[in-house]
Design a protein around this ligand. Sequence first.
Ligand code: PLP
Length: 378
Amino acid sequence: MQEKIWLSSPHMGGAERDFVTEAFDTNWVAPLGPNVNGFEKDLETYQGQDVKVAALSSGTAAIHLALIQAGVTAGDEVICQSFTFCGSSNPILYLGATPILVDSERDTWNMCPDSLKSAIEDRIDKGKKPKAIIAVHLYGMPYKVDEIHAFAKAYSIPVIEDSAEALGSSYNGRKCGTFGDFGILSFNGNKIITTSGGGAMVCHSIEDKQKTVYLATQARDEAPHYQHSEVGYNYRMSNISAGIGRGQMQVLDKHVHLRRAMNQFYQELFAAIDGVEVLVEKSADYYSNHWLSAILVDPAVTGGITREDLRLALEAENIESRPLWKPMHLQPLYSKYPYYGGTVCEELFEKGLCLPSGSNLTNADRERIASVITKVFS
Ligand SMILES: *Cc1c(COP(=O)(O)O)cnc(C)c1O
């Protein structure tokens, strides 16, 4: 069996080890320390817009704290893109709030502005204005920022911008993660850069950042002893993880470039194959990091070949691929919650496949991938 080709695996640049070694040498192995501050500074500079960043233990933790800071409590309603990973939506359930799930549109595969508007208006008619909106830049593709934020603003509802998959993406030249009242990043092992596990909250004021750090460190009151007036969490990033993050920041733009080259590779490969669509930017306003390259396979056009046929053919050659995210409203855990929209994200799930997209794939890897794909569709 040939070596496994992964969908998206960690890709170290080299300097990570130096930052981690330095943490050992100076005995900053405890949580917090200079790497955490350094990593936050690097992210603030990268994101621009004068943002303030708090490094956390995961992207999911960041969404949890963003909901708390948006004022969400038990019984509230929170709108969330249905087509996403459960890390976007589970924190709504942690708080005892109710998820209101919304369909996608076909251009970016992200939250449909029309369905969002229907959801907001119907929930208000039913007696409750949603407390927050969680919109997601899935696979690195920016959502329709102008439309989504215009509706959120018109109804004065804060937006939590799930940019877990979109570090390095931008919309109209402005980095994803900086548009929302709170922005979320993830450095999980399969993301565009990794700290082996971690996340961050992107804030627009020092007060919001301080509040995030306070909640992420067990909500300690100011006192020489340990005193607590509200519930906190143990959600801060460690100094070791942040050391990996500092090294990864040095190669982030290179990773974006390489992932975009993988997308280009798939565009060229599928140009000659009818019935397969590669997710690409629909206008120059959008710039995707192409964290994962994703395709739709239409069996009505391919002569009956489905995305599952392709997935199994790749698997037989030890090449990992994966169906697109299964929409939350189709998940057993979420099926009882309200859903607004049509069948766009259901169709994406039925026909969609994510292909190997790592920044560390070689020419030999690409040749293996291309030969399986060409064979399946020949
Ligand atoms: C990865 C991911 C998260 C969660 O991040 P973790 O760091 O794994 O907790 C949230 N939303 C989306 C869309 C993600 O892909």
